[in-house]
Each structure stands twice: as C-alpha cells, then as structure tokens.
Design a binder for this molecule. Sequence first.
Ligand SMILES: NC(=O)c1ccc[n+]([C@@H]2O[C@H](COP(=O)([O-])OP(=O)(O)OC[C@H]3O[C@@H](n4cnc5c(N)ncnc54)[C@H](OP(=O)(O)O)[C@@H]3O)[C@@H](O)[C@H]2O)c1
Length: 345
Amino acid sequence: MQEIKNTIAENFAGPASKLGSHQFKLDDCPDLSGKVAVITGGSEGIGFGVAYTLLKHNIAKIYILSVSKEVVEGAKDAVAKELGQDKADRTVWMQCDLSDWPRVKQVAEAINHDTDRLDILVNNAARGIMTAELTSYGVDRHMAVNHMGHVILTSHLLPLMKETAKQGSVVRISNQASNMHTKVPSDIKFASLDEINKDLGPNEQYGRSKLAAILYARYFDRKVTRNGHPNVLMNATHPGFVSSKQSRTDIFEAFPLGGWAMSHGLEPFKKDQFEGAVPTVYGVTMTDKSGQYICAPAIPEAGSELSQSEELADALMELTRKVVRDKVRSEPAGKGSPFDDLVLH
Ligand SMILES: NC(=O)c1ccc[n+]([C@@H]2O[C@H](COP(=O)([O-])OP(=O)(O)OC[C@H]3O[C@@H](n4cnc5c(N)ncnc54)[C@H](OP(=O)(O)O)[C@@H]3O)[C@@H](O)[C@H]2O)c1
C-alpha cells in the first residue's frame, strides 16, 4: 500500500505529495552560507527552482550553465525582484551547450580557476522527450547532452570537489534522472556507439539517457565515494511530473498531435518548478548517502533492475570514456583542448 502512495507522491502535485513515506520541504534546506554550487540548466524549469532555493538559503555563489542568454537574464531579474539584487549578483552565467564537449571542459577549467571550493554540482540540464538526432560528433544527442556532457563536466570538476571535501565539507552531486529510465529495451548493453545511435523512439531515447544518470551515480558511489572519498557523494533524482518547457512545449516536437495530453490535459496534475526541485535540493544539501535513486520528495527507491546492474554501469562508463576520447581526439588543433583520456574517478 505504501508503495502505491509513494508512486502517487513522487509524481503528482498538491495533497498527493504528502502521501510519501519520506518527507522533505524546500524550507527544510539548511543554511548554505559560504558554499559554492554549479547547476546545469539552472535558468528555467526545475533547475531554476533549485538555484532559487539555494540562493534563498544564502549560498555564496552559483555558476549557472545553460544555452540561452535571454532565459538566464529573465531568471536573474526574477531573483533580484524576489530575493534582492545581492542574491542575483551571486549568480554567474556561463554559456555552455553540453553537446559541445571541448566547451564543457573549457567552462569547467574556468570554474576551477575562479573558485577555490565547490560543494554542490547539479547535473540537471537535458534534452527532453524528443526525436532522435545526432550531434556534430555523430553521437546520439540525448546521450551526448544528458549523460556524456555531464560526465565531462563532473570529471573536470572532480579534483576541486575532492579538495573541498578534504577541507571538511560534504560535497554532493546530483544527476537529474526520471522514472522514464524504465522505458528502455531489456537487452540494452551500452556496448558500442552504433548501439547508442540506434533510434529507439522519443520515450526510449530519453529513457536510455535517464537510465545512464542513475547508473553513473551508482558507478561513482563504487569508484569514488566508497573508494577513499566518503564525503564526495553522487545521487540520482526523479522530480515527478513537472510543468516546464520540456513537458509543455518540447513534447510537441516528438508528438505533434499526441503531445496535447501531456502539455494541456495533464497540466492541472503537474508539479510546479519548485515542487519539482524538492528531491534535488534534498540530494545536494541533506543526504549523507551516495549511489541512491531519490524520488520526490525524498524517497530512496531501487529503480529498475537494469539501473542496479554493476556490469551495465561499467559498460556505460567504459563506452563513455571511449566515445569522448575518440571523438574529441579527431578535433582539428585549436578547436578545443583534446582529451587524452577522461578521468572518471
Ligand atoms: N518536467 C518533468 O516532468 C521532468 C520529469 C522527470 C525528469 N525531468 C528532468 O528534469 C531536468 C530539468 O527539466 P525541466 O523539465 O526543468 O526542463 P526545462 O524547463 O526545459 O529546462 C531545461 C534546462 O536545460 C537547459 N539545456 C537544455 N539543453 C541544453 C544543452 N544542450 N546544454 C546546456 N543546457 C541545456 C536549458 O537551457 P536553455 O533554456 O538555455 O536552453 C534549460 O535551462 C531534466 O533533466 C529533465 O529531463 C523533468
């Protein structure tokens, strides 16, 4: 019975959200004075809900990585109006398309240069439920943005995060996953680029990248947290069904007619961006565990059987390392820093 209540609490807004076995509210977020965060996609939707909450709770600085300048300017204005100019001035925007991997590395290096600590990393930005597409590197865009771009970012920020933990902070990383991670073929192997470039359909393309977000957290727990860095934690989250650009607008790209049900029909039942931010805020400010799949509001769930496979996680990360190294190595000199290898842990 509690399982059913948890499923309702995880996904829907209003009184339904009170049915969950584990409770957490944004007001429970601790004081974050002196801490520094990086958030991808922190300019709108759930990412904005997270950034706003961290600022409200006095975080010293947030680097927001996203694509559109106009969107981030709107976000900064909203923060200035509601929380004051001082809080808005604590945000630094860095233009960063996560499919442009040399740029991701460049941005990580600029952050490393600009701050001497990093307590929170929110890997949130994503291509939503949309059709299959290849990036300029010839890699499936869902995997390239949602998973590989974030692995590159995290890997290049990891030495700074380990150093921050050594100085006494608990460093928390959260990957935005989804219950859609269950929507993948059961024979998924992450064995080759050809496999991940196979068009599975919009729900499955997206689901596969969200499965990767959970597998990465569990891999990181084994290779980093439980391997000498007990205070560097990585978890994955499911925010529930949230009203955002992804669920209101982008859905029509994949489903020009059927998208109506998701964009309008289900709108009254969706969470707003602040309700959607709850599990991530819990994951980056409260939890003392790593490798969990945290569903809204703060319920640790097992996730699918595939999401628990160590073998699949190893295959995913080996493939990630190989694809990124091979693709970026072929860049003409001067376009970006080549990756000799990707330091994953
Ligand atoms: N909405 C839901 O019901 C739901 C459910 C489960 C999981 N999620 C996950 O929650 C996260 C946030 O989604 P949302 O619903 O809040 O969506 P959203 O409002 O569309 O926000 C997406 C954010 O990601 C950024 N972004 C998109 N592509 C990017 C790229 N290539 N490089 C860098 N940044 C990029 C966008 O930046 P620009 O505005 O600058 O383009 C935007 O800030 C995603 O991981 C999503 O998959 C959402």
